[in-house]
Design a protein. Sequence first.
Length: 539
Amino acid sequence: MTTIMTTPTLATPSTLRDDLVNWVRPRVALVIDTDIDTRRICTDILDRQGWRVHVSTSADEGVDRSRIVNPDFIILDGSLRGPGNRDVIEYFRSVPATELIPIIMLNSDADSDSIKRGLAAGADIVLTKPLDPEEFVLRVDSLSRLHRIWRELKNERGVLGEQTRILSSLLELSALLARTEDLDTILAKTIATAAEITLCRRISVMLPNDDQTDLFIAAAQGINERIRSNVRLRVGESIAGRVFVTGRPIILNTQEDAAEYLDDRDLRLFNGLPMMCTPLCASERVIGVLNMTDRFHERPFSDNELSFLNLLTNCTASAIQNVRTRKARDEARDSIVIALAKLAEHRDDDTGKHLDRVTIFSLKLAESLRQTPHYETQIDDEFLWNLKRAAPLHDIGKVAIPDAILLKPGRLTDAEMIVMRTHARVGAETVRSLLDRTPDSMFLKMAEDIAVAHHEWFDGSGYPNGLSGAEIPLSARILALADVYDALRSERVYKRGISHRKSVEIIAEESGSHFDPEIVKAFLTLEAEFERLARDLSD
Ligand code: C2E
Ligand code: SIN
Ligand code: SIN
Ligand code: FE
């Protein structure tokens, strides 16, 4: 790595490139996991990639081992406790020898909280078991390359040349990509990083339409809005279309290069030379392209920049894939669940607007409670997001209630009321059965809480469990008030609707008995808005 360490500016292309690809000593990985299958899978994959792999079956052994084998990479079961019962990742991060080593934490549960905990403890990437081998290889590869170069640059004091700048941008990008699930954020950060690396001012990411026939601009900088929304290229045609098909980058530095390639459409994207178009590849598949042009000082692109851009586009592509699979799965599941809830609701409310109103009322209450010292720590953006999706499911258990009871025009007998009340428990069981299939869904966990506890009373006299006060999940306490306000205002088969004034009175009176007093307080500050919403969203 002499070139990098002694040259403050860009290294000559071939040297850096070779250094990126061929390491001087074999790359050493340490796998620490109690599970034999996981150890075997990791070892197989890494072995095939030319790694020298060491395994440990416990945290203490792993820590000892790390001192001996001096690994370039650690793969670690996130649930292990280390020396002195410390978090092992925290331990590795606190020791100079392992402080900067890339750590992939393996998690047996896809719950976003435990992923965040892993990242906070110092893992570079958290992957969920069972491992996707392709993703695993990609992640190990790009992460280890970045870290290796980064470390060597850091060790050579005083070298703060171009590579350092580029690598720190790349590290920052990969950290962000590991955390985000938002496509626009991924694309924006990719473009910003490409700009930092190449000093290009005109950059775009193009993605295909659903049919994979055309490419359009999904995100861009330095391209005016009219061009941005109008450019559409056939897959296979023009520069971007060809890169998308072949998976090979096209770099045009000179007029001669350009004469061979550019057509009119390209000129709208690339307003000058040099220009580069490089594929976004995930698991050998091209999922889009990155275009760069209008370069500062018009400096030609070099091979080693291409290497850096490869790292960049690999990170971006795998992050996009991740979001897509997760999004597709989440969307499919959510739409099924919501459809189920609407169906259930349809039996005793043919417009289904009750669900919309209760959801909006709940969100208003939660947003207002968030401003109070009492609840500000419990209610964050995620809580609101979950509540918005969970609230419509509160009465899903009514699917199990016979028409003769649910639709009875008069008062229910005690026996009928007992049956009616089972809707809370049945609802929770219904949600739980969905939850078993998708354990990572926080909103379904909240939906379960709400379904079972939305008829609990603050003083303990509600059903089905007679919980009181803070034993009742906050989400259910909020929903209870929203639900009752709407039930009071609405006409039901068994009763007429009553006025806003009267409803406010009833709720205020039941503060501390039926409802959480803090939530009633919030309601009373919002009641005018509730009245307006009830009018605007009436059946
Ligand atoms: P729902 O109609 O959506 O009512 C939800 C909750 O709003 C009720 O839970 C109750 O706490 C409150 N609520 C509704 N109407 C009134 C009212 O006129 N006065 C007061 N103070 N509170 C009211 P609850 O009682 O556990 O009932 C759960 C569900 O059972 C109701 O949902 C409804 O579907 C059914 N239900 C309750 N009572 C009767 C009834 O007499 N006849 C029929 N057919 N269904 C009933
Ligand atoms: C990395 O280089 O950190 C892996 C890229 C990714 O997060 O997808
Ligand atoms: C009812 O049984 O509908 C009235 C209960 C309540 O006071 O909310
Ligand atoms: Fe209910």
